[in-house]
Design a protein around this ligand. Structure first.
Ligand SMILES: Nc1ncnc2c1ncn2[C@@H]1O[C@H](COP(=O)(O)OP(=O)(O)O)[C@@H](O)[C@H]1O
Ligand SMILES: Nc1ncnc2c1ncn2[C@H]1C[C@H](O)[C@@H](COP(=O)(O)O)O1
Length: 222
């Protein structure tokens, strides 16, 4: 019996992993997908045609990048739907607007007109009864010190060249964003509570928590 069956996680579940840059979403996505025998949906970083340009000049490229991410995530949503679920998704679509677009608008690196165009497109595409929300959002949280260390350790050049203030601002925004988030059930995991890299077998207690949490939210739905 595999872990998905052992813990009664429905085979058509869609679980999305949220959290600030470098917190460990991709690592968790891979670990959960392997353990549950689910497919993965990753953000494109290496082949993203705007990301390097964006980090070099936020004002010039923030709108282009948001449109690119929105299109990519929507295509992924369609793929997930076509397979009938059974996916772990690296970052939710909600973070694009709730964190990134909002932050760049409020910091003045996305113009009011661009922000309005972007949010109206986002709302028309996502905030409708026709858009399937994930069954669960797992929110990864940790201290800014640990997260900065992970960004540094991973070593993506454009992120190394970005001022630390940018990551601090994002970290703070994430904390208030998740407190108000209600599009789907949220399970919070602190990165100090597990180590899926160093400790073999540490994914099972996480799956047990997911199962317990999903059962609770199902009960609440009835
Ligand atoms: N549980 C963990 N313990 C130690 N390091 C981790 C853990 N999870 C991720 N990392 C490391 O932190 C860095 C960022 O992880 P990653 O999964 O790419 O984050 P994200 O997708 O959230 O940006 C990587 O170098 C990764 O190896
Ligand atoms: N919507 C976004 N706007 C700006 N930048 C974004 C957005 N989504 C992701 N990013 C950036 C942040 C990182 O540099 C890479 C990948 O994110 P990660 O959290 O490491 O998966 O893309």
């Amino acid at each position: 019996m595999n872990l998905r069956e052992k813990y009664n996680i429905p085979a058509n579940s869609v679980i999305t992993i949220a959290g600030t840059v470098g917190v460990g979403k991709s690592t968790m996505t891979n670990a959960l997908a392997n353990a549950l025998n689910f497919r993965t949906s990753f953000e494109k970083v290496d082949t993203n045609p705007y990301l390097d340009k964006f980090y070099a000049d936020f004002e010039r490229w923030s709108f282009h990048l948001q449109i690119y991410f929105l299109a990519e995530r929507f295509k992924e949503q369609k793929r997930i739907f076509e397979y009938g679920g059974g996916f772990i998704q690296d970052r939710s679509i909600y973070e694009d607007t709730g964190i990134f677009a909002k932050m760049h608008f409020e910091k003045g690196t996305m113009s009011p007109v661009d922000y309005e165009t972007y949010t109206s497109l986002f709302d028309a595409m996502v905030m409708t009864p026709y858009f399937p929300h994930p069954d669960l959002l797992i929110y990864l949280e940790g201290s800014i010190e640990d997260i900065l260390e992970r960004i540094h350790e991973r070593g993506r050049p454009m992120e190394q060249q970005t001022p630390v203030e940018y990551w601090k601002e994002m970290h703070q925004r994430y904390e208030s964003w998740i407190d108000g988030f209600n599009a789907c059930p949220v399970l919070r995991l602190n990165i100090n509570e597990y180590d899926i890299i160093a400790q073999e077998g540490s994914i099972e207690p996480i799956i047990e928590r997911i199962s317990h949490f999903m059962k609770q939210t199902q009960l609440l739905k009835k």
